[in-house]
Write a protein that binds this ligand. Structure first.
Ligand code: RBZ
Ligand code: NIO
Length: 358
C-alpha cells in the first residue's frame, strides 16, 4: 500500500502554476497585494493541476493518538494516562481542537494508532492500534520497521477514507504525551540540527527537565546510530530512522500526508509533530510537499527548523504550543479565503477597472 501510494504522487504542475500566477495579476487588486495568500493559492493550483484550484473545503481533521515509551525517561510532567483521557475528551467534544473545529465547521476523527490502553468503540474513533505505546527511543528503536510501516498504512487509509467521504482538505492533528521528544529527535535526524537547537519545552517543563530532555534526544540518536547528521537519502534509511526515534502517530501522520498527496487533496499541517512527520514524508517523496500547506508556526523551536528544511511558510503565527490540530484549524479559513479570491474576484477586463500602466 505504501509503494502504491508513493507511485501515485505527482509533483506540482508548472503550467497550472504559471497560469495561476498570471491570473492573480489580472484580478482587481494591485499586483502582489494579497502577499502570502497569492503564493499559497498559486501553490494549490500547482498541486491540483488546475487554475483556479478547487476550494479546500469541506475539510476533515484527523487526530492521531499514541503513547511513547520515552515517557519513562521523565521528559514531560504529565502522566501517560492523559493521552487516553484526552482521546475521550476529543470524542466527547471537550478539547480545544473540538472548539476550533466547530468554529471552522470541520468534523473531527480520532485515530488510535498506539494508545497504551484499550478504548471503547465510538462513532468518531478509528481503531488502528499498532502497539500499546512505543519502546523507549533512548534505549533502542522505538518501533520495528514493520510497525512503522503498519502505522503509516493506517494514516494512508484514514486519508483515503476521508477523501472518499468528500473531504477536500486534510488537517493533521496529534495527541501523545511525550511526543515533542520524539518530534525533536526526528527533526534533529532529518535536518542535521543539534538536539539542543530543536528540543523545546513541549507542554511546559522546568529547566532541569529540559536539560534531561535534550540529553535524552542526544542519547536516542547515539543509541540508534543516527548521530552526526549521517542519515542517507534512501527510503529504507528514512523508514529506519522513523522507526528508531519516531512515534506511532508520527508514522501515521507521514502516511496521512502521503495519502493526501496521492489523492491530490491539500494537507494542512499543524505544529511540531506534523512538521517532524512531514520531514519523513518528504524523505520518501519530496513531491508530497507540493500538496502540503503549513497552517501555523508552533512555539516549539524544532518546528521552525522543520519548516525551514521543508521550505514551507506558515500561514499564522500565534505562539500556540498545543498540537491536536489547533493551529491548522485556525488557518483553514485563511486558506479557503486565498482560494476563494481566484473563484470570485473580478478581473480588470470583466469589471472595467483601469489597470496601472506597466
Ligand atoms: C491536557 C493536554 C492536552 C493536550 N493536547 C495536546 N497536547 C500536546 O502535548 C503533548 C506533547 O507535549 P509533551 O511532549 O511535553 O508531553 C502531546 O500530547 C500533544 O498533543 C496536550 C497535552 C496536555 C497535557
Ligand atoms: O507544536 C505542537 O504541535 C505542540 C507543541 C507543544 C506540545 N504539543 C504540541
Amino acid at each position: 500500500m505504501l509503494a502504491e501510494t508513493l507511485a501515485a504522487i505527482r509533483a506540482a504542475d508548472p503550467v497550472a502554476i504559471a497560469e495561476a500566477r498570471a491570473f492573480q495579476d489580472r484580478l482587481t487588486k494591485p499586483r502582489g497585494s494579497l502577499g502570502v495568500l497569492e503564493d499559497v493559492a498559486v501553490r494549490l493550483a500547482g498541486a491540483a493541476g488546475a487554475c483556479p484550484p478547487p476550494l479546500p473545503a469541506p475539510a476533515a481533521l484527523a487526530i492521531f493518538a499514541a503513547d511513547h515509551g520515552v515517557h519513562a525517561a521523565g521528559v514531560t510532567p504529565w502522566p501517560q494516562e492523559v493521552t487516553v483521557q484526552m482521546v475521550a475528551n476529543f470524542l466527547a467534544g471537550g478539547a480545544v481542537a473540538n472548539a476550533f473545529a466547530a468554529q471552522a465547521g470541520v468534523p473531527v476523527t480520532v485515530v488510535d494508532v498506539g494508545v497504551a490502553a484499550d478504548l471503547p468503540d465510538a462513532p468518531a474513533l478509528v481503531k488502528r492500534k499498532v502497539g500499546y505505546g512505543t519502546a523507549d527511543l533512548s534505549r533502542g528503536p522505538a518501533m520495528t520497521v514493520d510497525q512503522a510501516v503498519r502505522a503509516m498504512e493506517a494514516g494512508i487509509t484514514v486519508a483515503r477514507d476521508l477523501v472518499a467521504g468528500g473531504a477536500r482538505c486534510l488537517i493533521t492533528g496529534d495527541m501523545g504525551i511525550a511526543n515533542t521528544t520524539a518530534s525533536a529527535a526526528l527533526i534533529s535526524v532529518f535536518t542535521g540540527a543539534d538536539p539542543a537547537e530543536v528540543t523545546g519545552r513541549g507542554t511546559g517543563i522546568d529547566d532541569e527537565t529540559y536539560e534531561r530532555k535534550v540529553g535524552i534526544v542526544r542519547e536516542a540518536l547515539r543509541v540508534n546510530g543516527l548521530d552526526g547528521g549521517t542519515l542517507g537519502s534512501s527510503a529504507s534509511e528514512a523508514l529506519r530512522a522513523l522507526a528508531a526515534v519516531g512515534g506511532f502517530e508520527h508514522a501515521a501522520l507521514a502516511g496521512f500526508i502521503l495519502g493526501g498527496a496521492a489523492a491530490r487533496v491539500p494537507v494542512l499541517l499543524d505544529g511540531v509533530i506534523a512538521g517532524a512527520s512531514a520531514l519523513v514524508a518528504a524523505a520518501l517523496d519530496p513531491s508530497a510537499l507540493d500538496h502540503c500547506v503549513a497552517g501555523h508556526r508552533s512555539a516549539e523551536p524544532g518546528h521552525a527548523a522543520a519548516l525551514a528544511r521543508l521550505g514551507l511558510r506558515p500561514l499564522v503565527d500565534l505562539e500556540l504550543r498545543l498540537g491536536e490540530g489547533t493551529g491548522a484549524l485556525l488557518a483553514h479559513p485563511v486558506l479557503c479565503a486565498a482560494v476563494r479570491v481566484m473563484h470570485e474576484v473580478a478581473t480588470f477586463d470583466s469589471a472595467g477597472v483601469t489597470e496601472k500602466p506597466v
